[in-house]
Design a protein around this ligand. Structure first.
Ligand code: ADP
Ligand code: MN
Ligand code: MN
Ligand code: MN
Length: 419
């Protein structure tokens, strides 16, 4: 389609009226393409016309007010959120933030005839999406859910985990959570980098920690999420491309106690928001592609108590592992839905039915790193939790088991050669 000179002048003229001088040349070059550009099927990148975006970004926020995005976990373990305007002073400490409520009948968290659910602010993060430039931050607020009578909802696993973390603060337990996730086109069927209705022509091998357009699909999302999380105040320790094409990973931690759950939940919320911007579908399903030889997705959970990090810590680690072995079925029961599709004993997993541990063994339920063995202290990795597991449940359950006073039989390590 051809534009007349008059039309072109009109379009550019309209843009100029709204856009600051420094971006006018970019505005002129994009003004004719319409507000939304098409989606790139491999990278998932879609672009709003910068003229439109910048017009609103340029509006300043009132200095004495902040926008607070209250985030909570719904009955399916997904994050929901809504926003309220608050005096800026209230955002300075979580204790100053007011409770709020939502319609629980719309999220499957309360009956229609008594639908109010109370949101209790627990942890503040900086909002990386509604950026402002006046030295103040809008905020994201991790909340948990209560009945009007003050009872935690059944979906409030944070409150349950606090029962184990609260009395054991002297243990200084650290968690490092590895969150794997899989990116799809908006059809929710075609992973990034896959041909529609088919499979990649090359098997797994080149994609893990990869570079190059033929290997790494979705890096821009991982990187945008990484930066947004760091800005928010989330302790992301790293990222990498994963084994299945279209799959990626980030790690949160080490975080102390309940903060691991708060940080990971908020990082998942931020991931959903980033994927919304990129118009890419993200799933935390542990086995998004069941047919064929493709890895699943997990939430490996790295754990250490103060005594495990000190001299003689390896003995403490082994004692904890024996307890985990004695309670294997109880842990599997809460380590995520559809995890049986993933824990097959293939694709760097251990079988769901049998507990095992080993040094540097990625085919075991629990792995002790080479460094930890060599130094005689450090941490261990529980490889069983699935990518969709609730981090409050997983960390709380591990805390419960390793603090319990059970008589757990010694388990022989599974060497790599035997795996
Ligand atoms: P992997 O080799 O299994 O892929 P990653 O490097 O992806 O491991 O993740 C390891 C995680 O463990 C990181 O988040 C890291 O911060 C965390 N971690 C490191 N030291 C400890 C520790 N002492 N206790 C708990 N977590 C730890
Ligand atoms: Mn990892
Ligand atoms: Mn991984
Ligand atoms: Mn791992």
């Amino acid at each position: 389609m051809k534009f007349s000179t008059a039309l072109l002048a009109a379009a550019v003229g309209t843009a100029s009226a709204f856009v600051p001088a420094h971006i006018q040349s970019k505005a002129q070059s994009t003004a004719l393409f319409g507000a939304v550009r098409s989606l790139d099927r491999l990278t998932g990148r879609s672009q709003l016309d910068p003229v439109v975006v910048d017009r609103y970004n340029a509006i300043p926020y009132p200095k004495d007010l902040i926008l607070a995005e209250y985030v909570w976990v719904d009955a399916d373990g997904k994050c929901r959120s809504k926003t309220r305007t608050l005096p800026a002073k209230k955002g300075e400490a979580v204790e100053l933030l007011p409770k709020w409520n939502f319609d629980g009948s719309s999220t499957g968290q309360a009956p229609g005839d008594d639908s109010e659910v109370i949101l209790k602010p627990q942890r503040i993060f900086k909002d990386p999406f509604r950026l402002r430039h006046d030295g103040i931050d809008n905020i994201l607020v991790m909340c948990d859910c209560y009945t009007p009578g003050g009872e935690p909802l059944p979906s409030n696993h944070r409150a349950k985990a606090m029962k184990f973390f609260g009395p054991n603060e002297d243990q200084e337990i650290w968690f490092g959570l590895e969150q794997e996730f899989t990116l799809f086109n908006l059809d929710e069927k075609t992973p990034l980098g896959w041909p529609e209705g088919g499979m990649p022509s090359r098997p797994q091998g080149p994609y893990y920690c990869s570079a190059g357009p033929e290997n790494n699909f979705g890096r821009s999302i991982t990187d945008s999420h990484y930066k947004a999380c760091l800005y928010a105040g989330i302790n992301i320790s790293g990222v990498n491309g994963e084994v299945m094409p279209g799959q990626q990973e980030y790690q949160v931690g080490p975080c102390v106690g309940i903060d691991a759950g708060d940080q990971l939940m908020m990082s998942r919320y931020i991931l959903q928001r980033v994927c919304e911007d990129y118009q890419v579908y993200c799933t935390l399903h542990p086995k998004p592609i069941v047919q064929g030889d493709w890895n699943g997705a997990g939430m490996h959970t790295n754990v250490s108590t103060k005594s495990m990090r000190e001299e003689g810590g390896l003995e403490e680690i082994k004692k904890a592992i024996y307890k985990l072995g004695a309670k294997h079925a109880d842990h599997i029961a809460v380590y995520g839905e559809d995890n049986e599709l993933r824990l097959t004993g293939k694709h760097e997993t251990a079988s769901i039915d049998k507990f095992s541990y080993g040094v540097a063994n990625r085919g075991a339920s629990v792995r002790i790193g080479r460094d930890t063995e060599a130094e005689g202290k450090g941490y261990f990795e529980d490889r069983r939790p699935s990518s969709n597991a609730d981090p409050y449940i997983v960390t709380g359950k591990i805390m419960e088991t390793i603090m319990s006073d059970i008589d757990a039989p010694v388990i022989a390590p599974l060497d790599k050669e035997q795996a």
